[in-house]
Design a protein around this ligand. Structure first.
Ligand SMILES: Cc1ncc(COP(=O)(O)O)c(C=O)c1O
Length: 438
């Protein structure tokens, strides 16, 4: 029989439990992704077990029963493991999601909470900060939808991130200031272009506002927004953290730069209990499975995207007039991707030292070409979303009413890049052969 722990729960023999790391933040991403959850690897399984229970037994010993309120702060630090015997009800914590959050904390270098989706995470962030003014630019239209709901409830003002003159109105005597939000998405959906995080951090902090960064398109190891002044970082974990197009997930990481971050973390934790937007256990399990290969996948996807974009750019700006280049120019008007932001490289190379995002956009010469390009491709699924191991292309008008009809968004997977290039070239040729694009 297992020996009882102090709380009356049975434990597994200690010689089977991996030792918790003494200095987790010193580990590289590759190691953290394999060992970040070791402190919760409390059974002899090598692959994590999937726990489906929504409710967990209290200690058997009545002397150990200590009644709690849902909002009591747990007896652990924000980045500490949630002990296996401390779960009560899965809307508060559950084994698989706790394990995922522990790993994410090490990978993002800040305590993390997970949510049912990226949009649920953004909603939780707005509810928590409760800003009166939000500066936001173009970017994922769904985040604007969340902000519309928040504005309906609070009458907050929404101003243009890219035009600081809109951040105040002297006549009406309001301005973006302390406790407000400057929200930056970089690289941005759908183009894949990047913005300077340090610049927006300075603007926000000069006014006492928070800089929140949606880093979905630039997951680790590509960028660390906290290094450049972000106060909160959010991700749609559905994309690169999941990486296999099979889980919805949102992540909020709370920056530790300013005093009071622990209170902000526990505030978000407590509010999530009542928003109810916690991930299911299967998603928590999938998340851990997926993070194991995060660095491998993202590195490969980023490299592939850089090569495909470089090839397309070479065709659009050829040194000689090759046949391929003539065809590409007939059907493609321009390509957008951070790797082509030549004038921004002084800050961009610092912000994204390990490569640019795996998403880029192709502006076709006509809406008809853009609508038909996906049907000509064999290796790219025509589907929305991004970040999975499989390459996707989307005629973006399918899911975003606000975009130019010539835009196709490409999410590059882990296939061989030359095969992807050849598939694109075949498709461009096919469009030309069909004619009638203009
Ligand atoms: C940049 C960005 N942020 C947030 C989201 C929302 O994420 P989710 O679909 O997980 O709610 C998306 C989804 O495409 C996105 O591209």
């Amino acid at each position: 029989m297992a020996s009882p722990q102090s709380n009356g729960h049975p434990s597994i023999p200690s010689h089977h439990a991996p030792k918790p790391s003494s200095s987790p933040s010193a580990r590289s991403l590759a190691t953290a992704a394999i060992h970040g959850d070791d402190p919760l690897n409390s059974t002899t399984d090598v692959a994590p077990a999937l726990h489906v229970s929504t409710t967990f037994r209290y200690p058997h010993d009545p002397t150990l029963l200590s009644p709690t309120d849902d909002l009591d702060i747990p007896a652990r630090g924000p980045r500490d493991p949630t002990p296996a015997d401390s779960h009560i009800y899965s809307r508060l914590t559950a084994p698989n999601t706790s394990r995922l959050e522990l790993m994410l904390g090490e990978i993002l270098g800040a305590p993390c909470l997970t949510y049912t989706s990226g949009l649920a995470a953004f909603h939780a962030l707005l509810v928590h900060i409760n800003p009166k003014v939000v500066a936001i630019g173009a970017g994922y239209h769904g985040c604007h939808g969340v902000l519309d709901i928040y504005r309906k409830l609070t009458n907050c003002r929404v101003v243009d991130l890219f035009d600081e003159s809109t951040w105040q109105n002297d006549g009406e005597a309001w301005s973006l200031g302390k406790g407000d939000v400057v929200h930056l998405e970089t690289p941005v959906n759908p183009s894949g272009l990047a913005y300077n995080i340090s610049h927006y951090a300075s603007l926000a902090h000069a006014r006492g506002a928070f800089l929140t960064v949606d880093a979905t398109f630039g997951p680790p190891p590509l960028q660390d927004p906290f290094k450049h002044g972000a106060d909160y970082v959010m991700h749609s974990g559905t994309k690169y953290f999941g990486g296999h197009s099979d889980m919805l997930c949102g992540v909020l990481a709370v920056g530790m730069r300013e005093e009071g971050w622990e209170g902000r973390y526990w505030g978000l934790y407590g509010e999530r209990v009542f928003l109810g937007s916690v991930m299911g256990s299967l998603e928590g399990w999938l998340g851990v499975r997926s993070l194991r290969t995060l660095e491998l996948r993202v590195g490969r996807q980023s490299g592939n995207a850089g090569r495909v974009v470089g090839w397309l750019d070479g065709c659009l700006n050829p040194k000689d007039g090759s046949e391929d280049s003539k065809i590409v120019k007939e059907v493609v008007q321009k390509v957008e991707h951070a790797s082509l932001q030549k004038d921004d490289m002084s800050w961009l190379k610092e912000q994204m030292p390990n490569g640019f995002g795996p998403v880029f956009s192709v502006w076709m010469q006509t809406p008809e070409f853009a609508k038909r390009l996906p049907s000509k491709l064999e290796l790219f699924h025509h589907a929305t979303s991004l970040g999975g191991v499989e390459s996707l292309i989307e005629w973006r008008r399918m899911s975003d009413q606000g975009v130019d009809e010539r835009l196709c968004r490409v999410s590059v997977g882990v296939e061989n890049w030359e095969d992807l290039r050849d598939d694109l070239m075949r498709a461009f040729r096919g469009l030309m052969e069909d004619g009638g694009g203009k």
